[in-house]
Design a protein around this ligand. Structure first.
Ligand SMILES: C[S@@+](CC[C@H](N)C(=O)[O-])C[C@H]1O[C@@H](n2cnc3c(N)ncnc32)[C@H](O)[C@@H]1O
Length: 206
């Protein structure tokens, strides 16, 4: 099983410059996420990229640890975090990596990540293990199941030459099933944007 560290390291500077693709969907995601956060929460974000979301949500919680497999992403996140006292960024791969701040957390977040990881069960089991009882997993995962065969072929070809990462073609119901089977109760879902669906889930650890 491969983790595309090299791909994401190379992509980091370009990713940092890319504008948010759907501003309204992003703002809605932030608002819905924020509505679940508390001032004393310790939060872990996995696959945090260049840290934008963690930095935007920092004022709502006690502390956020942003983690990502790509040191290139973490370097940029650290540059952006200068002067923000309650956010730290560290390299960490999932599944398997150890967070720098000891678990358990009140909240674990994973935005635009699960469809990029081969072993969904393993990463969800790890998230479950890093949460306090009753803790929240808040995620967004792109559902690409309806992408045509030609698009899948194109992505496979690009992968061969290192121009695309591993991608999983989830149906929305499959994402919810995976999360439920990992020992969570889903308490909110939405698709922001609706097409292709970027599936927002808030789930409580049972
Ligand atoms: C599409 S970007 C999303 C970044 C950010 N969460 C956002 O919503 O803008 C996916 C991020 O996940 C990271 N990533 C990919 N596979 C990972 C893994 N196995 N463990 C940790 N991070 C991973 C990549 O380095 C990249 O920064």
């Amino acid at each position: 099983m491969s983790i595309n560290t090299e791909f994401w390291n190379k992509a980091a500077r370009k990713y940092a410059k890319r504008p948010v693709q759907d501003e309204a969907a992003y703002e809605l995601t932030l608002d819905r996420t924020r509505s679940y956060l508390h001032a004393d929460d310790r939060v872990l974000e996995i696959g945090c990229g260049t840290g934008t979301t963690a930095l935007k949500l920092a004022d709502a919680v006690n502390h956020i640890t942003g983690t990502d497999v790509a040191t290139g992403m973490i370097d940029i996140a650290r540059e952006k975090a200068q002067g923000v006292a309650n956010v730290d960024f560290s390299p960490m791969a999932v599944p398997g990596g150890t967070p720098p701040e000891a678990a358990p957390y009140e909240v674990v977040m994973a935005f635009n990540l699960l469809h990029l990881i081969e072993d969904t069960e393993a990463v969800l089991a790890q998230v479950h293990g890093m949460l306090k009882p009753g803790g929240l997993f808040i995620s967004k995962t792109v559902g690409l199941a309806d992408k045509g065969a030609w698009m899948r072929l194109l992505i496979s070809a690009m992968r061969l030459i290192g121009k695309a990462p591993y991608v999983k073609y989830f149906r929305i119901a499959e994402i919810d099933d995976h999360i439920t089977r990992a020992g969570f109760e889903i308490i909110e879902t939405g698709n922001y944007p609706a097409s292709p669906p970027n599936h927002f889930v808030v789930a409580r650890k049972l």
